[in-house]
Ligand binder design. Sequence first.
Ligand code: FAD
Length: 544
Amino acid sequence: MNSRTECIKKLVSGSFDVLIIGGGITGAGIALDAASRGLKTALIEKNDFAWGTSSRSTKLIHGGLRYLKQLEFGLVKEVGSERAIVHKLAPHLVVAEKMLLPLKEGRGFGTLLTSFGLKLYDWLAGVKEADQRKMLTRHQTLRHEPLLKPVGIKGGGLYAEYRTDDARLTLEIIKTAISYGAVISNYVEANAFQYTHEKVSGVTVTDQVTQRSFPIQANQIVNATGPWVDQLREKDKSKTGKTLHLTKGVHIVVPREKLPVQQSIYFDVPDGRMIFAIPRGRTTYIGTTDTDYVQDIDHVVTTQEDANYLIDAVNDSFPAVKLSLNDVESSWAGLRPLIHEEGKSASELSRKDEIFVSHSGLLSIAGGKLTGYRKMAERVVDMLAERSERDDLLECFTDKISLNKNNFNNADAVSEFKQKISAQLASFNLAAYTDYLIENYGRQTEEIIRLLAACSDADSSMRLVRAELKFTVINEMVISALDFFIRRTGMLFFDMPRLLLVKDVILTDMKSLMHWDATQLQAEQEKLEQAIREARIAPLNSSP
Ligand code: FAD
């Protein structure tokens, strides 16, 4: 990644074919597609990359089994087929995961209908025969997951999905877009649009690091701001017709030993909704809720009520577990930027994306899924290409661009690489971090090992985290401690005990790497402590 200062210089002086506002998965995908087809592309993000919904999802690359229930065959087919493509582009980061779907008497669909539904799901998504769904007897289901309450279990289904890290996926797409020439910066906020002959031709922005304002010129502007899409449409005076309907989704994280499920499981709760429990490293995470949200969209937190809903759901299906609020190590809350449909509840709203074109030419995209980012980007860039009336632009080929040169051919190549790296890490007493490092950084782990060799801490885990910090500051535009602890490493969600051990050393390292003064250091400390309190669901986080 180029240095942020250089990017800002290019944004100030350049004039672009397209400027994308929003550095979540949607904006990142559009930037890569546009730059790789030959458009001079810029992207700005007002916080950190993936700061919005794209770091707060269930972190699955999935076809959305439940959308079959809503008869959204087109959506299931598109996102279902995308799973295999996104896996191929980054097999270290998008990892195959079997999902167990227990079937209960008197709840959900019957065995036959589920068997047919899963078959249809596989067929729509083009799943390879070896990976296709298997139906299980009651006995087999309980053997797969001995923690399940046996009463009422009549069987189950085992089907294929993929897990990922949403923020890391977004970041690797951003880095790949930069390698195709896109000019991209975090912490640059779009404040107002500029117009030439009533057509949008630029944006006035503020660099949140220096507080300097400047204009960016572009022939076409894309509003890919997820939950903020309507705010920008309002600035463009084009918030007419369809509007967004935001729903909040919460996940809680508990130590693996508190909910030691054998594999990912998608189970139903007494109110008829479905919830995931997903093992990840030393934890299991559980989600999600789906409730209408009308409060502050720049500050969304997990309330005790949200957490209790998930805890009750777990205790209902896994009664021996006896989870309580005290077991929750961390949590996150995000907003789904869905399109409003009159009379429909949060869970009934479609997850389909839509593109709005305003009179000024501003193109806004909303809705959609993490999983479908590539196809959403293709549709937007097709429109940009058509409107640019240029005949030198390439057709979309993002299905062939492996993410950030992590060009593993397949999952076997990732396993081979893991073996090699594990041996190297063992010499630093860090072999236990092999999976985490390779699933997070892919081949870039080699660079982290080089930095590791230059660190002199006696404690190997401290040595590693300091090497990771250096790597992410140099290569991934880390500006704040939360960029590092949430969106570069996921530590605030999935390894809170380690975060508590290393945070002071990391803040001190950041002070010298980022040239912070004492006031900046204190502000960063306070932001980090607040984020820790909120993630642990301090009693103050109750619903207003
Ligand atoms: P965002 O990620 O929110 O990005 C928009 C960005 O725009 C933000 O970072 C914001 O800071 C920036 N921005 C806003 N205003 C400005 C401005 N004025 N100037 C500059 N930047 C600005 N999908 C899946 O496929 N799989 C899942 O498992 C899954 N689980 C989910 C679980 C939950 C609880 C939720 C809420 C969603 C889930 N989704 C899932 C859906 C998926 O996460 C979202 O569709 C996707 O992340 C939306 O990405 P986005 O880029 O459109 O929005």
